[in-house]
Design a protein around this ligand. Structure first.
Ligand code: ZN
Length: 114
């Protein structure tokens, strides 16, 4: 019969209110960033922290800027480009000619074998 002890163990309102000491004590500021795709991200910084001028968009990876009207232009190497896009880009110019030349050379080599 230990029921009486269990009730006595949970005293409501007796303990110190420790919540105000955790989390809410450090004031934080929310800063808005906009990327070239129009995504808005609002990371929060500590008030005493130095707020960066740019912030990578969590949705598309492009750098975001503080000015919504003028987001920073995306860098040339887009981090989220697909593999297919890389392949197409690689095949486009000089490499395409190199592949063609290689194929022709192989054809000629085959003919010489005959
Ligand atoms: Zn974005």
């Amino acid at each position: 019969m230990g029921g009486g002890n269990a009730i006595r163990g949970t005293r409501v309102g007796a303990g110190p209110m420790g919540e105000s000491e955790r989390g809410e004590s450090a004031p934080r500021q929310r800063v808005g960033y906009w990327c070239a795709n129009g995504h808005e991200s609002r990371p929060s910084f500590a008030m005493e922290a130095e707020v960066p001028d740019s912030w990578d968009c969590p949705r598309c990876g492009l750098p975001g800027g503080r000015n919504q009207e003028k987001p920073p232009s995306p860098p040339r190497n887009e981090p989220y480009k697909t593999h297919l896009a890389y392949v197409k880009e690689r095949r486009s110019d000089a490499d395409g000619e190199a592949i063609l030349a290689e194929a022709l050379a192989r054809l000629r080599a085959q003919r010489e074998d005959i």
